[in-house]
Write a protein that binds this ligand. Structure first.
Ligand code: ZN
Length: 239
């Protein structure tokens, strides 16, 4: 009985199913026809900035890298209608992140640091920058891009007479500035993200990405062991 039923059901279901199936989910071509996944891989690659990326990646707009907020009161408004058209790189002349940040924000969490800052400000005045790049590549932001930070002092770009702080974004790189203290790979990588982003965001031309020493002959920063070309090359790719 059982075997008969099995036999009859098998005999019924062996042939017709193959016909039904061939009608229902036939088209084995349909499963092949849609482009296989690897067809899409090159499309993803097009959107990267890797060395194999085609030329049109220059139009990819860089996104702002992650920043750590370390605000300061040392800023004021830019002149009305003032465009941002310059980026100025500095070294802090201080190889320590903590004291560099204290100087650039005018804030310390202890009395000794506060006293030191007060004395320093009596001599050099209050200073700030928009960003500081720590030794480990952390990007600290002190002042909003749209506001005027106090990093460039006297001087002007190519002697044109215009105030540098009015028009620029200032980036400090934590470094002794003695030509011996090495800029870290993490700092270069942070700058290779931040500077192209800022140049693209504000429409800063490549020739206006400069060192402090280019706006003031009395300044020496960033020191000669800083590989400025790395930053310019990264920026050139997005402009
Ligand atoms: Zn400087």
């Amino acid at each position: 009985m059982v075997s008969r039923l099995n036999g009859s059901s098998r005999s019924r279901s062996v042939r017709p199913p193959s016909e039904v199936e061939s009608r229902r989910l036939p088209k084995p071509e349909a499963r092949v026809a849609p482009p296989p996944r690897d067809t899409f891989e090159p499309a993803r690659a097009v959107r990267t900035n890797g060395p194999d990326a085609p030329n049109d990646t220059s139009r990819v707009r860089p996104t702002k890298p992650e920043v750590v907020s370390r605000p300061t009161d040392n800023f004021n408004a830019r002149p009305p209608g003032q465009d941002i058209d310059t980026i100025v790189l500095h070294h802090t002349a201080d190889g320590d992140d903590k004291s560099s940040l204290e100087t650039l924000t005018g804030q310390s969490d202890n009395l000794l640091g506060q006293a030191y800052l007060w004395a320093k400000e009596q001599i050099k005045g209050e200073v700030s920058a928009h960003y500081t790049i720590g030794k480990d590549g952390t990007i600290y932001q002190h002042v909003d891009d749209e506001m005027r930070a106090w990093h460039a002092g006297v001087g002007s770009l190519r002697g044109d007479g215009a105030d540098v702080n009015d028009r620029s974004i200032g980036i400090e790189i934590v470094n002794e500035g003695d030509g011996q203290d090495a800029y870290t790979e993490a700092q270069y990588r942070a700058l290779e993200q931040l500077v192209p982003y800022l140049a693209s965001e504000h429409g800063v031309p490549l020739e206006n990405v400069v060192g402090h020493k280019e706006t003031n002959p009395n300044k020496v920063d960033p020191s000669p062991n800083f590989d400025f070309d790395r930053i310019l090359d990264a920026t050139r790719r997005v402009l």
